[in-house]
Design a protein around this ligand. Sequence first.
Ligand code: SF4
Length: 388
Amino acid sequence: MCCPVRAQQPRGGDMDVQKNCMPDRQKLTGVSRRDFIKFCGVMAVGMGLPVGMGPRIAAAATAPQRPPVIWIHGQECTGCSESLLRTSHPTLERLILDLISLDYHETLEAGAGRQAEAAFDQAVKKSAGRFILVVEGSAPVKDGGIYCKIAGKPFVDIVTETAAKAAAIIAIGSCASWGGVQSSAPNPTGATGIPEVLKGKTVVTIPGCPPNPYNFLSTVLYFLTFKKLPDLDDLGRPKFAYGRLIHENCMRRPHFDAGRFAEQFGDEGHRKGYCLYKLGCKGPMTYANCPVILFNDVGSGAWPVGTGHPCFGCTEEGVGFTIPQFTEADVEIVTPAAAHAPITVEKGRGMSKGSAALLGGLAGAAIGAGVMVTKQLGKAESADEKEE
Ligand code: SF4
């Protein structure tokens, strides 16, 4: 809901808007003005922009006019929505929901049946030409699209008709981006990604299974701030989020370069945090910012490789759900990165405080999570010291 107090505020310069709107935001989300500006600065850095863009992003994010969003679901597990709504960070999902006017979302829709159909039609009609269409899930195109119908209509037709009236289109998750798990051979339903369904239209893809909600939030913030989409790669992915291989920023990369590998789950190398390449890690052929922004704000190890599971390439078409998990990846970049954070192998973890500061800097600074990371590592450090 748009805040009525905020809606009545006079529009001024960017800073005026911030001053006028921040108390409402604080009331709505529990985030202080200071933290919100800091959060926007962090998001700016995540988008490859100078940190000084934070206030401008904050002003755009708190403008009274919020972009209407219509969110539809095809062949999917709703993991993308779950990931967005169940972030452990207490404010992220609220920031997203407060930033946008989520006019229609099938999972969050209170109505059902004809009520829901009417709500959808009304939302599209009311915001035609202005709304952001978010598509979660692939569209089956085989046999006229009969394998996924909503209100008796093939999902592929719903996507095509709704996209024609949208201002921008975001395909969220790997299913919507390129077909995902259900497009794996033999793909019995003809599951197809949305860019393929909407050939000729610009579709921003935010792949991942699930995708990181920060990448969705950053894309929306960029669109709100600059009134245009961020730079995209040839697969439609925002370059700020998918411009680098996981392998380039991975906390275990120094082990890869030093030839220290886990050979089996649970072996000594695995326990010591060695590289997971020999367990089939697809980080060397997968582009995503997972090692930098992590997941769920619960600490430095909060991403698959951090927890000891090899990356399976979920953001990369032709890798995730395609190459068997235990097949060794092709290594695109063999030379070590110019600089690494130090590691503390002897202590049985792959990361020191120094590396946490480096990797946790982005996600960690997001409203205090960095403090938590540092505290947790501090505790681990003290525990290790006591053991010694
Ligand atoms: Fe990290 Fe995987 Fe690369 Fe090893 S192979 S450094 S675990 S991304």
